[in-house]
Design a protein around this ligand. Structure first.
Ligand SMILES: NC(=O)c1ccc[n+]([C@@H]2O[C@H](COP(=O)([O-])OP(=O)(O)OC[C@H]3O[C@@H](n4cnc5c(N)ncnc54)[C@H](O)[C@@H]3O)[C@@H](O)[C@H]2O)c1
Ligand SMILES: N[C@H](CO)Cc1c[nH]c[nH+]1
Ligand SMILES: [Zn+2]
Length: 423
């Protein structure tokens, strides 16, 4: 990896960085067929896809009891870690719960009330790696929001990862099913003989999972299209290159398509980060994946002419995670609005939020942070407005309403107001 200067990036290089592509388009037709077949054929199609993609002959999809047994039999230290993470996630998300509110003005009492959705489906990935932490990130906020029925799905396997199952149970899922990929998303969207449909589907997954969420969106609510992990490291000359390299490598180990970037105004620091990455990568278990991620066109170490230019670059990149290490981290973050989750200062590695500090790690990727927010209690809630007008309050508005109704040619609307006044 070489240090690149921001000012020398050509338009194609800028596009690769700022318009990252999740690669969903090329599998769209295949995914549409899976979704359609599960919708039409139910469990029969689910079983066929489990055989085809997971190489597992599934008998009973329901593994709720197995999840409880896994929770009871895992090592104490793992159970404790799950419970600590779950407690912190619960606490952070409890701060997000909205109170109903109302106010009165000129004879009008106006308010907003919040209601949890009835049911939610949480995808817990489980193909090439196990993600118990992602199970908690979906299930815990749903329970905090007050969702009545929370379902979790995870891919079938000879032996499903017991820590994932334990986390699903600890999070508070009411039912657990062994099914993965696009077929799992379709099952939760439309229901099958074994799996009830839900109101909202959340959770990260691979391209098939994500493309299926795009396919069912509209028929069911989804959280977002979360793709491969991303981190942008924003640092000035006071930062420590060893930590910055470790941040990039940590997110790179998720996926060959992960996007990992450092941007700084200090050439010496940039070169030291590249050296650190070279030095640390060989020691990592998932070295091959890390090398692929570091080599992809959305990754790199960049030098800006000033920290203002570096901050602008970060804002345009709109990363899933931003890690800031600088003399004044708050001042830098104040210049940026487009990011999923920020980690400030030398003691705030992204791994803290990935697992245990309490914030959610299901976040917008592929520059979606410009438009979308991470998974939160809001994902599981809908709102409605409520009003009561006094006689004087309606009289005050009478002319405004009837004038606009007349101009819309909706005379009956005007009449519905006038009829309330004796003339
Ligand atoms: N952004 C986040 O918050 C976050 C968190 C954790 C994991 N992730 C991502 O989740 C993903 C997990 O991926 P994974 O594959 O390990 O597990 P997964 O559970 O997402 O996918 C496994 C399923 O994919 C399906 N599948 C595999 N190959 C297929 C094919 N050729 N055609 C159709 N379906 C196929 C199978 O049905 C299998 O059950 C990774 O990309 C990881 O980076 C993201
Ligand atoms: N960094 C991932 C989100 O991009 C979440 C995760 C799960 N486990 C470890 N990390
Ligand atoms: Zn991670």
């Amino acid at each position: 990896m070489d240090v690149q200067s921001i000012s020398e990036l050509d338009p194609a290089e800028r596009r690769a960085l700022f318009e990252r592509d999740a690669g969903l388009e090329e599998i769209r037709d295949d995914v549409a067929e899976i979704v359609h077949r599960v919708r039409e054929e139910g469990d029969v199609a689910l079983r066929e896809y489990c055989r085809k993609f997971d190489d597992v002959e599934v008998g009973n999809f329901d593994i709720t009891d197995e999840a409880e047994r896994a929770y009871e039999s895992i090592d104490d230290d793992v159970r404790e870690a799950i419970e600590t993470a779950a407690d912190n996630i619960r606490e952070f998300h409890e701060h997000q719960v909205r109170e109903d509110w109302s106010y009165e003005t000129e004879g009008r009492e106006l308010g907003r009330r919040f209601y949890p959705l009835d049911s939610a489906g949480v995808y817990a990935p489980g193909g090439t790696a196990a993600y118990p932490s992602s199970a908690l990130m979906g299930i815990v906020p749903a329970t905090v929001a007050g969702v009545d029925h929370v379902v979790a799905v995870t891919p079938p396997a000879e032996q499903i990862n017991p820590v994932t199952l334990a986390a699903i149970h600890a999070g508070g899922a009411d039912a657990v099913y062994q099914v993965g990929g696009a077929q799992a998303i379709s099952a939760m969207a439309y229901g099958t003989e074994s799996i009830d449909s839900v109101d909202v589907i959340v959770g990260p997954g691979n391209r098939w999972v994500t493309a299926a969420k795009a396919e069912v969106r509209g028929d069911v609510k989804i959280d977002m299209l979360a793709g491969p992990s991303e981190v942008l490291v924003l640092a000035d000359g006071t930062a420590d290159p060893e930590r910055l390299g470790a941040e990039m490598i940590a997110q790179a180990e998720h996926d060959p398509h992960a996007a990992v970037v450092t941007v700084t105004d200090d050439v010496d620091l940039a070169e030291a980060v590249v050296e650190e990455i070279d030095a640390q990568t060989g020691d990592r278990d998932r070295e091959d994946i890390i090398r692929e991620a570091l080599a992809n066109e959305a990754s790199g170490v960049f030098v800006a002419r000033s920290m203002s230019e570096a901050a602008l670059f970060a804002d345009q990149f709109a990363p899933e995670h931003i890690y800031v290490e600088a003399d004044d981290e708050d001042a830098l973050l104040d210049r940026i609005e487009n990011y999923g989750s920020a980690f400030l200062g030398p003691h705030s590695p992204v791994a803290a939020g990935d697992y245990a500090s309490g914030t959610n790690h299901v976040l917008p990727t592929d520059a979606q942070a410009r438009l979308a927010s991470g998974l939160s209690v809001d994902t599981f809630v809908r709102s409605a407005t409520v009003q009561r007008l006094s006689e004087d309050g309606l009289a005050e508005l009478r002319e405004t309403i009837t004038t606009l109704a007349d101009r819309e040619g909706l005379e009956a609307h005007a009449h519905s107001v006038d009829v309330r006044f004796d003339e």
